[in-house]
Ligand binder design. Structure first.
Ligand code: C2G
Length: 130
């Protein structure tokens, strides 16, 4: 039986850390569905919009070979609903979220993967700025 993996993220100023987690997430099943957080969710969470718009971020993620489908993540609280809607067998997140989504363990398997060290959107922005 085919296994669906679901993961979430902003994927702003797309970098190799993003690519690697998506490729590794995909290897936990046969199909990878990615929830791309909306601009409004980022403004609510971080007080500023991402550099790239939600349409641009989704277009980049959707074009990747390891990604089968995408949707917009409108709210962090809807995670359980999204996991059921997209029939997740596995939820994969980076370990910066370790423990934060354990409550969805009754809906699907929950896996946290180590982040790629020494790269982040913030660091890329700072490097360009300097
Ligand atoms: N990531 C990684 N290595 C990095 C940077 C990021 O593995 N060097 C992973 C994160 O752990 C996350 C994914 O890439 O699983 C997306 O990261 P962000 O775009 O920073 O996503 P975030 O803003 O944490 O949004 O519902 C949860 C949120 O939507 C997650």
């Amino acid at each position: 039986m085919s296994r669906t993996v679901v993961t979430f993220g902003t994927f702003d100023v797309f970098h190799v850390g993003h690519l690697r987690i998506l490729e590794r997430a995909r290897s936990h099943g046969d199909r990878l569905v990615v929830g791309v957080s909306t601009d409004a969710l980022n403004i609510a969470k971080k007080g500023r919009p991402p550099v790239y718009s939600q349409q641009e971020r989704m277009e980049i993620v959707a074009a990747l070979r390891c990604v089968d489908a995408t949707f917009y993540e409108e709210s962090l609280e809807l995670k359980g609903q999204y996991l059921r809607q997209y029939a997740a067998d596995v939820l994969v997140m980076g370990d910066d979220w370790a423990g934060r989504f354990d409550q969805y363990g009754d809906t699907c398997e929950v896996v946290y993967l180590p982040r790629t060290p020494a790269i982040s959107t913030t660091e890329v922005i700072e490097k360009i700025r300097d």
